[in-house]
Design a protein around this ligand. Structure first.
Ligand SMILES: *Cc1c(COP(=O)(O)O)cnc(C)c1O
Length: 472
């Protein structure tokens, strides 16, 4: 393909995208393909000679959409949404055409300076005080890895990177039993090991038991281990488990430990002041992550990582070989020193477009609607005798079970069957989770374009499919 053809094909691609978005609602939400069905349509080896864009686009249209789960579908109620708002999609296209590589200020000054501004816009939007600065990481998993590495290095007086861990004290990190698996993975990748992530039991409200946290830290010290940090959870993935961030930070800080808050999903809702009680005390934390690529619509990948003291993060992650040194420019930010990867995309552009195109008020209205619609569905299901609400809504997430009889041994299998039947039906998409030893169904609403009517359809599909199942 010649550069001269770019305009034509880029128009064709936008036309296709616009049509896709207009019609996505008519498609089954979860991909209805079987494993291997798509791969079998792709040649096993790359072409030796060039092919026409006509042929490539034809194959795209024929092969790809039927093999996709449609995250832009208004009735995507599974996992957490990963919205791509129209304005963010446009910004991605523009950033792509400049092939922006944003590792150093010098390699993309506009990207760096807009990133500084956008992180600060996001900070103000969620009501954090101005002691925080930050960076846009690719994902919450990366931000959490950076935080765990910072905990490790700070506790080890910055010897880990240099010496390796084998001769150094055993570093310990604390988090509740309900935190996300990305914390576990960060422990693996940071070389600290699963066994040194101390999982603290939770109370009846699913928050970390604070006495157990304090005790675990003391016991570790007595045993010659090295407590380094605590990860608090706000709006956990399974059912929205939320720690008492203020008390967790107070306990950690009295012990000199670094604190990281994982608010990957729920953090977006903090643009609405009335929801900020959920992370009361967040201003005390050393590090906070939230994902504008989830609820807010910034599109994959865009994770806002706020840190109170960038020095500790940069001291952990900055490598400055000769060819990366940017001479004579003090005070500039090189964001590759704030993250694991060197090369970085221009993520700030889509945040800029997004926040301007919808305004905080527009985004707040969307989130408030989602929360109230989810509560309304929860109430309707609670009123049905054969449905049980297993956890109350945390923002727009709640869990429930179909319970047409009291034969408890069979309810897990029945609910798994119900999730599969609903997803095969295709009008809505839900996932299950384990909660207190039961298989329960998660409902979370948050797709960018959904309406109240989509909630009514969800109610009809959930109750209709459940009651039409053979409840054996
Ligand atoms: C989604 C989520 C994550 C992981 O986010 P990625 O950006 O996909 O790495 C971590 N923690 C919580 C609470 C989440 O909801």
């Amino acid at each position: 393909m010649e550069k001269s053809e770019y305009g034509r094909w880029s128009h064709a691609a936008s036309d296709w995208s616009a049509q896709y978005l207009d019609n996505v609602e008519a498609l089954p939400v979860r991909a209805q393909t079987t494993p291997g069905e798509i791969a079998n349509q792709i040649p096993e080896s790359p072409p030796e000679s060039s092919e026409s864009m006509d042929a490539i686009m034809d194959d795209f249209q024929r092969i790809v959409p039927p093999g996709m789960t449609h995250w832009q579908h208004p009735r995507f109620f599974a996992y957490f949404q990963s919205n791509a708002a129209p304005a963010a999609m446009i910004a991605e296209q523009l950033a792509g055409s400049m092939a922006a590589q944003c590792m150093l200020w010098q390699t993309s000054p506009a990207a760096t300076e807009i990133e500084v501004r956008m992180v600060d816009w996001l900070r103000q939007a969620v009501g954090l005080n101005d002691t925080f600065q930050g960076v846009l990481q690719d994902t919450a998993s990366s931000a959490t890895l950076c935080a765990i590495l910072t905990m490790r290095e700070k506790a080890l007086d910055w010897q880990g990177n240099q010496k390796g861990l084998s001769q150094l004290p055993t570093v310990r990190v604390y988090a509740s039993t309900r935190t996300h698996s990305s914390i576990d993975k960060a422990m693996w990748v940071a070389g600290l090991g699963q066994d040194n992530l101390v999982k603290i039991e939770t109370d009846s409200d699913y928050s970390m038991n604070l006495d157990a946290l304090a005790n675990a830290i003391q016991t570790d010290r007595q045993n010659g281990l090295l407590p380094a940090g605590v990860v608090a959870c706000v709006g956990g993935t399974s059912m929205g488990a939320t720690d008492n961030v203020r008390r967790v930070c107070e306990i950690a800080q009295a012990e000199g430990l670094y604190t990281h808050v994982d608010a990957a999903w729920a953090g977006s809702a903090m643009i609405c002041p009335e929801f900020r009680d959920l992370w009361d005390g967040a201003d005390l934390a050393d590090s906070i992550v939230l994902n504008p690529h989830k609820w807010l619509g910034a599109s994959m990948e865009c994770s806002a990582h706020f840190v109170k003291d960038p020095e500790t993060l940069v001291k952990t992650l900055a490598i400055q070989p000769e060819y990366l040194k940017t001479y004579g420019r003090d005070g500039i930010i090189n964001f590759s020193e704030w993250s694991v990867q060197l090369g970085r995309r221009f993520r700030a552009l889509k945040v800029w477009f997004l926040l301007r195109a919808y305004g905080l008020d527009g985004l707040r209205t969307m989130i408030r609607n989602h929360v109230s619609w989810s509560e309304a569905l929860c109430e309707r299901l609670a009123a049905e005798n054969d449905f049980q609400i297993t956890t109350q809504p945390i923002l727009s997430l709640f869990t429930f079970r179909y319970q047409p009889h009291q034969n408890l041994d069979e309810l897990d299998a029945l609910n798994k069957k119900l999730v599969d039947a609903i997803n095969d039906d295709g009008r809505i998409y839900l996932t299950q989770t384990m909660h207190d030893g039961m298989l329960v169904i998660r409902f979370v609403c948050g797709q960018f374009d959904m309406t109240r009517n989509d909630i009514d359809i969800a109610y009809d599909v959930i109750t209709g499919v459940a009651r039409s199942m053979d409840s054996a």
